[in-house]
Design a protein around this ligand. Sequence first.
Ligand SMILES: [Ca+2]
Length: 511
Amino acid sequence: MMRIFVLAMLVGAALASAGPDFVAANDRPNVLMILVDDLKPALGCYGDPVAQTPSLDKLAERGMRFERAYCNQAVCAPSRFTLMLGSHSTSTGLYGLGSQLRQFIPDAVTLPQYFAKHGYRTESLGKVFHIGHGNQGDPDSFSVPHFHDKVIEYLDPASTDGGKLTREEAFFTNQRLGEIGSLPRGAAFEAPDVDDLQYADGRVASETIKRLRAAKQLRDQEGTPFFIAIGFARPHLPFCAPKKYWDLYDRAKLPMPEFEQLPMNAPPVAGKRGGEISNYKPVPENGKAEFSDELKRNLIHGYYASMSFVDAQIGKVLEELNASGLAGNTIVVLWGDHGFHLGDLGIWTKHTNYEQANRIPIVIVAPGVTQPGTATKQLAESVDIFPTLAELAGLPAPSGPQPIDGVSLVPVLKDSSARVRDHAYHAYPKAKLGRAIRTDRYRLVEWRAIGAAPESAVYELYDYDADPLERENLAAKQPEVVESLKMTLAKYPQPVLGTPRGAAKDRSPEK
Ligand SMILES: [Ca+2]
């Protein structure tokens, strides 16, 4: 009897010394965060008429879909920093693909680090932090080494001039960064008849399933909850996906761009021609050249095929979550790092402050909190996910040391009509910094160099009720709306000076 008593005392003392969070960790939900590169909400569950995305549609049926969600900066690395820090790029200066998190904020506590502090085991697979363009990711964020796989990957030798290192492969593997222009261009798309595991996204899904099984064992045996972040590379260019996913689409029915001019009266700094897309063949290298209808259709087909490929990989992971019994106690978040222009405004890829580059899918399934198949028009931002997940897991609200710009969306998850913010904010640095306010109806973009006089700013205003395709900048015609939105923008701190044109070796600030 005495022995049992002493043992109980020892166990009690061990638990107490580990702190209250350790004890409570047993009851905390797991987190599975699914990051998809360049995924716009062109999904079945978002009403896209041609998308074949059954797995993501099924996920949305289990929780809440955010119809008006926006990234905070429409390019890979900075967008992922906003997610992981809960901070706008204008608050941190992390604007560039080559910006190194720990050089800017050495003691930052990232979202997964925050969960680790509260007793979680944290893991990452695939494209989570951006690796490439001089960036090495953030190993400090996770409990175990990152499972890395390719972003740019070709199987057909014809795609790489017979196996040569191509421009974008070099960027994403940190090779020959100073001489990218001298390398051959890889193909913009390929459709080999291969199985899913031949490409990185198939391997990432397969490894995730193994990790989930191991994490479940750890949870069952020791009570340790998990936070697993998985990142899929497609539908980021190049659109390399097994043939069977291309075959899901009728080419004649693909949605072709409706309006291919830059908006009337928009300042030149806001627009874009060429850029990332020009680094792939057979896209014209001259950014001003017209694309043939055949090329546009191939690119759009490739985007949809890539999305369906990723959807199938996510389906395998979610199937494992269900089969293992983890689904009932695991929060699932789906997030696209930014949107994508598929020829609208004559623009391809991202790197703008326009709607198509900034609107993203966010789906959250929180067992016991979200209702199945719900949707909300609450405006949401990437930075909101950190405080939202913290609250869902019963952790204190995050407090930095980095500035926390997000708000918790939990009231909305409980009641889709609840409101926690009346606009979304995003920014993109070009020759000037563009900062945008998106309300339910309007978008205001201010273009001004960091530190420049307010009088030097130029503005864009779009009314999405009257002009969903952004055909005309209305700033000069509707000064009263501009003034009102400028007051909202004025509440934000002055943007931090960073490396808006990317790091020294990163000669592709628009990638
Ligand atoms: Ca991206």
